[in-house]
Design a protein around this ligand. Sequence first.
Ligand code: SAM
Ligand code: SF4
Length: 451
Amino acid sequence: MTQIDQLRRHGLFDAKVPRYTSYPPANHFAADAGGLHQREWIRAVPEGSEVSLYIHIPFCKRLCWFCACRTQGTKTLRPVDIYVNVLLQEMAQVAQLLPRDVRIARLHLGGGTPTILSPRTMTRLLAGVFNSFERAEGFEFSVEIDPTEAAPELLQTLADNGMNRASIGVQDFDPKVQDAIGRAQTYAQTFDCIRILRAAKVHSLNMDLLYGLPHQTSASLVDTLEQVLALQPDRLALYGYAHVPWMSKRQVMIDGTALPSAEARFALTELAQKMLCLDGFTPIGIDHFARPGDSLALAARNGGLRRNFQGYTDDRAEVLIGLGASAISQFPQGYVQNQSATAAYSTAIGQGQLAGARGHVLSDADRLTARMIEQLMCGFAIDAEALAVEFPDQRATVAGAVAALVAAYPDACRSDGTGVQIADGFAPLVRVMAGHLDRYRTGQVAHSSAI
Ligand SMILES: C[S@@+](CC[C@H](N)C(=O)[O-])C[C@H]1O[C@@H](n2cnc3c(N)ncnc32)[C@H](O)[C@@H]1O
Ligand code: SF4
């Protein structure tokens, strides 16, 4: 049987599974964990520890049809400026609750389009951050950048305020694909944005690409990748396009008949993987690539790779505080997501409350499963010995999970008594295998394709 037949037999081309950027996935968050937990968990952050901060800017001047991010269109900057005022209020509330000497290790601005802010508003926002929170040594500051909505002065403002990592949205350079996903972006715009960033000494550049887009072919993807490689990014994220029009209404604009089949998606990702590895990139987890000297590649080599809501990271902080509408905070005790609608979020903050609306309190069993799934997603293996250090009382549960995986995927797993590794050629099954350990899966929620 060929490898592709084996993957098909294990359901790779039919499976719909979460991307496991958290466990349980955010669709299992419920209203019984919210603002009260958020307050209690922020207060419980250990004195003198380091936390990470995520700030969500849910505004864009254009709304690309493919996009599944929580964002809203705006023609003017007025609602954005008002929103930044609310963010500053939320920041002050959080800073007041945090114990003494808590410093921020990382700051990430995501969206939506953070680069929609005027330089003045961005300066105001960042002054608020740095006045409210002390920066830790080795502080890293990253921003998601849409090259079509990133004025040179704004990029300079970000660099002047210490941005040292930029994540640039590309998706695909083929005009036919761009037409089909409602996102126009020329190579020249992207090139200019990168030139400005490098001139401003922002040296770590990531680019986001998508496979599985309408009209994308092997030839068009190779063209896009060649153009991307000419721009010499340090990291790449190559996400599988998640077509979920029932969740992301704007995707109804996308012609479903022009989407590649699951098997064609698999061929596209295999092709991209080969091309990027030939160019010297190290593959990281399911969808990232980094130059061997990049900190993400180093983390992957030394076991320090983690998975959180932003995908793969080498961030070691145990606490991620999300600010803004729909932002998710992650604590050792559980997750809390802020009100998703901007109006509801702003009302809660305006009333002096935190905006947490839903979430999940982690049980011990959840924590163990979360860690096993994270190990699989980061290293395609479960390391039972490492888990025994973290969860000494749960050796039997780990052994049970390993045995269950081996029983379900005998040809795709290798087990030598210290855990389980996914066998060569079967890595694409990792989300399907993670799904096998997921105790919350009901089959009722439709996720995106496993490939
Ligand atoms: C907040 S968005 C982009 C940031 C910026 N606004 C831009 O357009 O360049 C972050 C990334 O999410 C990814 N993304 C958005 N919608 C997606 C989908 N339906 N499936 C997979 N990835 C998606 C894209 O790669 C995108 O660059
Ligand atoms: S891809 Fe970026 S610019 Fe386009 S809608 Fe999504 S967040 Fe906005």
